[in-house]
Design a protein around this ligand. Structure first.
Ligand SMILES: CC(C)(COP(=O)(O)OP(=O)(O)OC[C@H]1O[C@@H](n2cnc3c(N)ncnc32)[C@H](O)[C@@H]1OP(=O)(O)O)[C@@H](O)C(=O)NCCC(=O)NCCS
Length: 212
């Protein structure tokens, strides 16, 4: 069955949320960790597609969405947009009282805390690498070059806008994703307690400027 990699359409959102949940535990299925199956998508997928749909690409076949990449070209601007048009509204539905650990192993409270956290401080990295992304593919689509195809589509879109560079975070519990980013030409910029910040320079060609 052929798999298309194409620009996002609004009807892709439910499938994207499903993929986000099924890959949301360091690449593994997070379904058992959430009472609300939409919370992960609300944090890591939905706001990007809503804020700048031209930087979301999906991989889909006749059985639905099996992967996506979402991004912003301007992380500082995105933080402000998300506060004004997304998180602020979602806080009405997910009150801050839900941001406390109920002690049952669920993780809804962590995502609700993110919704209430307010915009993060601007990072010096935003100057040189203002774009950032999230990519997720279902197990049935992994290892067949779809990640590379999604990233190629995103990088072309970012380059056409003249974006100088992009960054992302990868958790230390997800060595497969780290290997994927290294294979595509990302380099590690910083180690944090939760994992690594990786960057790619989009100016010029060569190893740092193209998907290998
Ligand atoms: C990480 C992910 C996006 C990679 O996508 P993919 O379609 O499986 O990767 P591709 O088939 O396009 O592989 C591209 C390159 O990355 C390498 N790569 C991909 N996954 C890898 C892994 N687990 N270990 C080592 N290398 C890997 C491939 O070997 C390939 O390199 P090559 O072409 O030089 O041989 C995908 O596996 C995924 O969505 N995982 C679950 C969700 C996740 O972890 N998202 C990232 C959160 S930070």
């Amino acid at each position: 069955m052929s798999i298309d990699v194409r620009p996002f359409q609004p009807f892709d959102l439910p499938g994207m949320y499903r993929v986000c949940l099924l890959t949301g535990d360091s690449g593994g299925d997070a379904t058992a960790l959430y009472h609300d199956p939409d919370l992960l998508g609300h944090v890591f997928a939905g706001p990007y597609a809503a804020a700048d749909p031209g930087l979301t690409f999906v991989a889909a076949d006749a059985y639905g969405v099996l992967g996506y990449v979402v991004a912003t070209a301007d992380s500082a601007g995105f933080e402000k947009w998300r506060e004004d048009h997304w998180n602020g509204l979602l806080r009405l539905r997910h009150p801050e009282s839900m941001a406390a650990d109920p002690g049952d192993g669920s993780r809804d409270w962590q995502r609700v805390a993110q919704l209430h956290a307010g915009p993060s401080d601007s990072d010096p990295l935003y100057e040189s690498h203002p774009a950032h992304l999230h990519i997720d593919i279902l197990p049935r689509g992994q290892g067949a070059g779809l990640g590379r195809r999604l990233m190629s589509a995103l990088l072309a879109a970012l380059r056409s806008r003249g974006v100088p560079g992009l960054h992302l975070g990868v958790g230390s519990g997800n060595p497969g994703a780290r290997a994927f980013y290294l294979a595509l030409g990302f380099t590690e910029a910083e180690r944090r307690d939760w994992g690594s910040v990786m960057v790619m320079d989009l100016r010029g060609g060569g190893r740092d400027g193209s998907v290998q």
